[in-house]
Design a protein around this ligand. Sequence first.
Ligand SMILES: *[C@@H]1O[C@H](CO)[C@@H](O)[C@H](O)[C@H]1NC(C)=O
Ligand SMILES: *[C@@H]1O[C@H](CO)[C@@H](O)[C@H](O)[C@H]1NC(C)=O
Length: 181
Amino acid sequence: MKLFHIFALAPLFLTGTSGTTHSPSALTDREAIIDTLLAFTQSLDDKNETLLRTVTTTNIIFDGTLFADIGLGGREPVVGQDALVPSLLGVLTMPTSHHLSNFRVQLLDAAHADHANLTAYVLAHHHKLLEEPRENLRNLYVMANRYQASMVRDKGKWKLEWLKLLPVWQSGNRAVMGWGV
Ligand SMILES: *[C@@H]1O[C@H](CO)[C@@H](O)[C@H](O)[C@H]1NC(C)=O
Ligand SMILES: *[C@@H]1O[C@H](CO)[C@@H](O)[C@H](O)[C@H]1NC(C)=O
């Protein structure tokens, strides 16, 4: 009798599981805004130009001026996808992993309902096999940065329109960045 009950309920459990599957449109604005920032850093880790273009506006302003000495930006902010995409993917050719946390999302007032600001911490690991053995710490460059960003909702999708990187601390061998050592 007990077994019968378990089998009889099984379809209910299955229905319940599929019923809780979220479609992207079910994300709250806050979740979708954070997801866009996660997708941005994923595009850098995956070296995926399509994804990088998908999550940024064509006229994005990227302010990496505080990182100009390692090639992550120029002395002036980089304006527009066509300048930014080759510049970022051209520098970040080594394996990277970006780890994000401490998200603070600010949805702007009704008059700017399609705009939002957010900040997050980004721990960026860069690895390049410059010296044996692989464990040599000179193969690693780590940065803790704060990202300051503005997003705009474009045809239902949140996209980065402005991004500024603020350095918190750095550790490791700058030669891993392959730039201005
Ligand atoms: C790059 O990103 C796009 C958009 O998300 C995705 O469709 C594609 O599969 C990705 N390509 C690779 C090689 O991961
Ligand atoms: C949102 O960020 C922009 C910078 O892109 C800034 O000018 C604006 O004042 C911020 N808005 C609020 C409400 O903090």
